[in-house]
Design a protein around this ligand. Structure first.
Ligand code: NCD
Ligand code: ZN
Length: 373
């Protein structure tokens, strides 16, 4: 048999961290300064875990939409405010990181809680986890019709609904759960409540991109670094790779390309949300490993890499620092950060509470490095 030549231009690679850049206008760019970005989807955990990870986000991001899936979940405004205080106590003071709190929607959330959330001025969204869809989602919504009174209150107050968009039906293939969620849940919900402000979190498919792109301005989406850089091959590259496992799971290459195009399109509907979701090493390297990638230690660098490979570094500022703030009605950050084209290796592991954690892209070479951190 003839030797099969490696074809580095073909999209069967597991990742695009060191993929060649197209010969374009950004090829000569060796440094980029952008507005200090915000992370519009972030898991910070609590206690010793919170203390271990907060610095990785605060080094770069000015603000973070903090997910409420603690155990037990953050379901009330007083709980959210107490969690906010714990985050502020842990954050490095010099970073001046601002946590933007969210509530966890359950079957029994009262419309009054939504009005309290809005009046607090410190709660910025309400998270819909279909029960059983992902990590710590057991208290989530079992049937969307049970939440109609709350949806009405959200529509009236203008507080965004943040959606984990996957059905939990075991008969639906795991790679189709996002697309099926659009048809079964999200499209009917928006038909019933057309003014509902929705962030379709961590979109992973071209169906979700299309849905958001063609929806009215009250519907937006976050995109993670892992879904921009990797396709599902990364999960099986030379063996099972639990540190690339998150939910919604990585998809096929055509979906990755659709996400990259959306992120780099300049559309204000798509913005940065890392979904950085730390889990202790042993809980991922397990017979039944947890879902979630800890991307915070290299998040902005990984986004820069993805935009660079798409020849769209000039769009990073919009995606990372402008579109999210605009959707949430927040002022744009006034500080800047600078990223240089400089190779570095993402650490193999980092300390995490009493144990260790493996960050996203551990051991891989990253081409961009944030300088003022
Ligand atoms: C998240 C987590 O670990 O909290 N996991 C993940 O795979 N993304 C939950 C979530 O956002 O789905
Ligand atoms: Zn998440």
């Amino acid at each position: 048999m003839a030797n099969r030549k490696a074809r580095p231009d073909k999209p069967d690679r597991m990742c695009y961290l060191s993929a060649p850049r197209p010969p374009d206008r950004s090829a000569a760019m060796n440094s980029i300064t952008i507005t200090r970005p915000d992370d519009m989807h972030l898991h910070l955990r609590d206690g010793a875990e919170l203390a271990s990870v907060i610095g990785a986000s605060a080094r770069c991001f000015a603000r973070g939409i903090v997910m409420p899936n603690l155990m037990p979940p953050v379901t009330t405004v007083p709980q959210a405010l107490a969690y906010r205080e714990r985050i502020l106590r842990c954050a490095p003071p010099a970073a001046r990181f601002v946590p933007l709190m969210t509530l966890y929607l359950t079957d029994t959330t009262a419309p009054l809680e939504i009005r309290r959330a809005r009046d607090s001025g410190l709660v910025f969204g309400v998270k819909l986890y279909p029960a059983g869809a992902t990590t710590h989602s057991d208290s989530g919504v079992t049937d969307i019709s049970r939440t109609h009174a709350v949806m009405e209150a959200l529509a009236v107050t203008g507080l965004p609904l943040l959606v984990h968009g996957e059905v939990t039906d075991a008969n639906v293939d795991i790679f189709d759960r996002e697309a099926v969620f659009i048809d079964r849940v999200l499209a009917p919900l928006l038909q019933r409540f057309p003014s509902l402000r929705v962030v379709f979190e961590h979109v992973t498919t071209h169906e979700a991109v299309e849905f958001v792109r063609t929806a009215p301005a009250n519907v937006a989406a976050t995109i993670t670094p892992q879904h921009l850089l990797y396709n599902r091959n990364a999960l099986f590259h030379g063996g099972l790779r639990p540190h690339y496992y998150c939910l919604p799971v990585l998809k096929a290459e055509a979906h990755r390309r659709a996400l990259l195009e959306a992120a780099c399109s300049g559309s204000p509907k798509f913005f940065l949300g890392t979904d950085s979701a730390p889990h202790e090493r042993a809980t991922k390297e397990s017979a039944c490993g947890c879902a979630g990638c800890f991307s915070a230690p290299a998040a902005i660098e990984l986004y820069a890499q993805a935009f660079d490979q798409a020849g769209a570094l000039n769009r990073l500022d919009d995606f990372a620092a402008r579109h999210g703030a605009a959707f949430y009605g927040l002022p744009r950050n006034t500080e800047t950060i600078t990223l240089d084209r400089q190779e570095w290796t993402v650490p193999a592991q980092l300390p995490f509470a009493a144990g260790a954690i493996v960050p996203l892209a551990a051991g891989e070479t990253c081409q961009w490095k944030m300088m003022n951190s």
